[in-house]
Design a protein around this ligand. Structure first.
Ligand code: SF4
Length: 119
């Protein structure tokens, strides 16, 4: 059954159609072709969330994966993130967990900096 989707690789937002034989139409450039194939065969997403942080001005530090991960592993990722607690200070871009979920070099990184509070 054909799949219809919007390409999110640029703001133009082309309407794509991917047929059962993986023929892509509606794309205005090769990136849309790649996106259509990937989305139908092995969809991925960047996981964004928060981890607990001690010694900072707020109790949670925003994090994200350094690259998209398979959509089917998002809940595993959330379970893993729920177990993590870090200590301030932290800088945006710091690796919080290396090789997150053993996905071959994708790390979990902080997306906000926090100074150590109270010292
Ligand atoms: S197909 Fe190309 S031009 Fe169209 S939204 Fe995707 S990246 Fe942009």
């Amino acid at each position: 059954m054909p799949v219809e989707l919007i390409c999110i690789r640029c703001p133009r937002g082309c309407r794509l159609r991917v047929d059962d034989d993986l023929k892509v139409s509606g794309n205005s450039c090769p990136r849309g072709y790649e996106y259509g194939i990937k989305e139908v065969t092995a969809p991925e997403r960047i996981l964004t969330s928060t981890v607990a942080i001690r010694g900072a001005s707020l109790p949670l530090c925003p994090v994200k994966t350094s690259a998209p991960i398979p959509k089917g592993r998002l809940f595993d990722g959330m379970d893993e993130i729920a177990k993590i607690e870090i200590e301030a200070p932290v800088r945006a871009g710091d690796v919080i967990e290396k090789d997150f979920l053993g996905l071959g070099g994708i790390d979990l990184v902080a997306t906000r900096s926090f100074a150590k509070e109270g010292k």
